[in-house]
Design a protein around this ligand. Sequence first.
Ligand SMILES: *[C@@H]1O[C@H](CO)[C@@H](O)[C@H](O)[C@H]1NC(C)=O
Ligand SMILES: *[C@@H]1O[C@H](CO)[C@@H](O)[C@H](O)[C@H]1NC(C)=O
Ligand SMILES: *[C@@H]1O[C@H](CO)[C@@H](O)[C@H](O)[C@H]1NC(C)=O
Ligand SMILES: *[C@@H]1O[C@H](CO)[C@@H](O)[C@H](O)[C@H]1NC(C)=O
Ligand SMILES: *[C@@H]1O[C@H](CO)[C@@H](O)[C@H](O)[C@H]1NC(C)=O
Ligand SMILES: *[C@@H]1O[C@H](CO)[C@@H](O)[C@H](O)[C@H]1NC(C)=O
Ligand SMILES: *[C@@H]1O[C@H](CO)[C@@H](O)[C@H](O)[C@H]1NC(C)=O
Ligand SMILES: *[C@@H]1O[C@H](CO)[C@@H](O)[C@H](O)[C@H]1NC(C)=O
Ligand SMILES: *[C@@H]1O[C@H](CO)[C@@H](O)[C@H](O)[C@H]1NC(C)=O
Ligand SMILES: *[C@@H]1O[C@H](CO)[C@@H](O)[C@H](O)[C@H]1NC(C)=O
Length: 874
Amino acid sequence: MSKCWCVCVLFSLFSSVTGINQKTLDLNGRWDIINVNKGYRISGEVPGSVYTALIGNKTIGDPYFRDNDVQYRWIGRDDWTYTRLFEISDEVMSKQAVVLVAEGLDTFSLITVNGVKIGESENMFLRYVFDVKKALKSGLNNITIDFKSAVNIASQLNNQSAYTIPPSCPNIVQNGECFINFIRKEQCSFSWNWAPSFPTQGIWRNISIQYFDEAVVRGLSAVPILDADQNWVIHITLHLDISSQNISGLVETTLDKINLSHVHLLSSPVYSDIYFNFNVPKGTHIDLWWPNGYGEQALYNLTVKFVTFDKKQIMAQTSTRIGFRSLELVQEPVSDNSSHGVTFYFKINNVPIFFKGTNWVPADSFLERVTKTRLERLLRSAVEVHINSMRVWGGGVYESEEFYGLCDELGIMLWHDLMFSDALYPSTKEFLASVQNEINHQVRRLKTHPSIILWSGNNENNEILNEYQGDQYKKDYLTLYIDTIKPVVTLLDPSRPFVSSSPSNGPETEKEGWIAKNPQSDFFGDVHFYNDSADLWDISVLDIPRFASEFGTESWCNFETIEKVLSEADLSYNSPMSLHRQHNVGGNEIMLNLTKIHIQLPNSTNPKQQFEDLIYVIQIHHAVAMRTEIEHYRRWTNQLQSDGRGHTMGALYWQLNDIWQGPSWSSIDYDIKWKMLHYYARKFFDPNLISPYVDEDTLKVFLKSILASEGTLYMDLYTWKNMTPIKSWEKQFNLNETSGCIFQNNLDNILSDAGCKDKRDCFFYFSLNSKVNPTSTSWLPLAYFTDIQGRIPKSNIKIVDVAMVSSTEFLLTLSTDNIAPFVWIDSRGISGRFSDNGFIMKDSLLQLTYKSWDSVDLATFQKSLSVKSLMDIY
Ligand SMILES: *[C@@H]1O[C@H](CO)[C@@H](O)[C@H](O)[C@H]1NC(C)=O
Ligand SMILES: *[C@@H]1O[C@H](CO)[C@@H](O)[C@H](O)[C@H]1NC(C)=O
Ligand SMILES: *[C@@H]1O[C@H](CO)[C@@H](O)[C@H](O)[C@H]1NC(C)=O
Ligand SMILES: *[C@@H]1O[C@H](CO)[C@@H](O)[C@H](O)[C@H]1NC(C)=O
Ligand SMILES: *[C@@H]1O[C@H](CO)[C@@H](O)[C@H](O)[C@H]1NC(C)=O
Ligand SMILES: *[C@@H]1O[C@H](CO)[C@@H](O)[C@H](O)[C@H]1NC(C)=O
Ligand SMILES: *[C@@H]1O[C@H](CO)[C@@H](O)[C@H](O)[C@H]1NC(C)=O
Ligand SMILES: *[C@@H]1O[C@H](CO)[C@@H](O)[C@H](O)[C@H]1NC(C)=O
Ligand SMILES: *[C@@H]1O[C@H](CO)[C@@H](O)[C@H](O)[C@H]1NC(C)=O
Ligand SMILES: *[C@@H]1O[C@H](CO)[C@@H](O)[C@H](O)[C@H]1NC(C)=O
């Protein structure tokens, strides 16, 4: 920082100002895209990629259809050139500085303007700013960006590497490309165990020419921090691109709603970064930013203007949105016994918060297709089921402004990985320099967002490192995450915790020299839990961690979704194309193995019907498995086991969304159609949770109620054959804490007292505070469905009425003549969601609502509907 600045604070509004001496010539829009080897010259949109341009030109079909990921492999293995003409005025040429600003180039390119080389790119996550004045002329100009195949360059870099840097190539079932870890590009674009390989090329973010005298604002970040005296101090960094060192003026900062302003004098800065603090006076009323479910997401506009001393001329101006919230990651001993480890939980505004969450992956292989509408539907779907947090996973991308803006608005706290995942990485000078620039750019770009609450160095790389021998790998790991990345993050953003990896052991990892021998310890930080061979409806197979940041099991996307991208002949569970979509080795068989522990597999002789029925039972397995696991984590929130395990404060299931149509761990499929799991999330994340379970021989009912500490739990025991309960209980409760076990009794005794002679004949149904209009409900079968199914009568379940509330909301009435488990209603061809689905229907009538994302008329909606329950598929 330059020593010749002084700071003063004014509390008044500014006099009006005229003219902004900072202008932009947008270069987005149509470019020509050329492939020399095939002789293609087509026109395509920027921001975009060669794939969407080729789709638009009808050179290729839908890349997601059948095995087109393999048929179109040549596209990513070839080189493509982007070029266009543009007009430059005399005004542009008269400015002191003219720069080309490329917010994202994917990935390796050479940029020339009028045949003059102006720069090169090699990192998809960087913003490139090149001086172009020397290459420009008044009138018509041309720009050419020659991209080189990232697949070829990754292979060349691997060839040049002095030693192997695993994992080299993805598993053969992924049909992917190799050596993605050598390059700074979206790691899942070379395929993942749920993603196809589409190694995109193109100008994937905005591109423009900026021209200015004096200075232009290249970046603004503003982070409100509550200081030791409980006053808000906004830490502001203004990054100016200055055309000459000899500039001076005032930096005026204003905060809307509370009419506060601040002036900072600036004269001839040595560095282009200007740091200053904006102190919010004590006593100013501030509305806080809260996570979803805890309060409002108050956001304030903060505007910064760089003006002349007389305030008559604005030299540069920008604004951003901030949220006031305090943040603390609490890592303190859980007990007096030092072997019991430390807590790992977050306090927001001093309130400990259980992370009801999930993991986010890129919402399309072609990022330009991720529109704001698509993001809004996915993220609204999340908050509608009480999700308050997500992990932005390290194999994807630093997301768009729109993404973070929506998370700020919706109260979704983000655990943010840096973009390194499931691999070891190089530590060459060039690689480290590129990473350093990347982290520097991205942390500055993103740190203003109140939604982001943590930075994590990578996804699972401490674990991967432990799988390989060799000091070189350890050295590379420490060089990259601890010596290169960590200092940049902690310098630029001391307001958030940094963990070296996910999973890791927090402070214990540091004690172990930043490489944890067991980063999956239950006693310290976060864990990732998967078990593809266990009975996932059985809590005894689960861990009791502090924070589960990943866990899940696979299911298929909805049948309607997969049907669209397959041919009629492909529509059977084990067809070559069905197996082609499955990128998890043995995944299709694993799903059947896991499902059939609990549910008889359907046996239709029609392969298409069989596929659809299997998808339904697999989704049941998926939903109940995640319900079992998440309720388990929530029950451990306020409990500590004698060995020190417990105080679980986070459950982020893997994964919210899909990148294409196929099987995956997601709760919402590519077409934004909710899987059964997403409907279950609304219940297992309900702030008022009834969680019944059988622990050995004991029936236990755990309750978490935020409404009142006193209430009534209604418990009914039914047989499958009768819609009237055989016995009912009412349990008054008084919760001294916010949650606890409010009922426990020997199950056999309860059943024999009630006259249920065989567990397979009965199930429990629970209602909180009212049976007619309950605060929440739950149910519990008492044996495996494989054993129960012969005892459940078929039911005739019908949609008896559909009424229109508005063009996007409908009221449905269902009827049944028998108890029906796992009722599944579908609205084929219409995008929206029901108020509930996958539920047990125990009453003869039931009302539900449906909300569609787009307007639809009653007749079309009615025609789209169908309903089934478990016994209908046999
Ligand atoms: C594809 O591009 C070529 C070359 O620019 C053009 O002649 C053709 O009309 C385009 N086709 C479509 C469907 O846009
Ligand atoms: C771009 O400009 C250079 C230099 O003026 C010229 O040689 C070249 O032909 C131009 N290219 C196009 C496509 O107009
Ligand atoms: C890397 O080396 C392999 C094996 O020698 C060779 O087949 C491949 O073409 C090389 N890759 C590049 C991009 O040169
Ligand atoms: C990208 O450019 C468009 C104008 O072409 C603008 O509306 C949009 O806000 C820009 N996006 C970002 C993130 O700067
Ligand atoms: C800086 O600008 C002022 C007037 O704007 C001028 O008087 C002074 O000589 C300049 N200094 C340098 C070092 O260019
Ligand atoms: C801020 O200023 C506006 C316009 O002068 C005024 O209407 C508003 O009441 C002020 N708000 C506060 C919180 O002082
Ligand atoms: C904050 O800025 C946004 C975008 O510029 C604008 O739409 C909104 O009205 C502003 N809010 C206030 C309270 O000024
Ligand atoms: C599925 O279960 C069968 C029978 O137990 C077993 O042989 C097979 O290995 C399992 N498949 C997978 C992929 O785990
Ligand atoms: C399917 O299974 C059911 C129940 O196990 C049985 O009744 C039915 O006959 C079977 N259908 C076929 C086509 O095998
Ligand atoms: C809980 O509250 C009830 C009623 O206020 C009281 O009788 C009981 O002793 C309390 N239990 C504990 C463990 O504090």
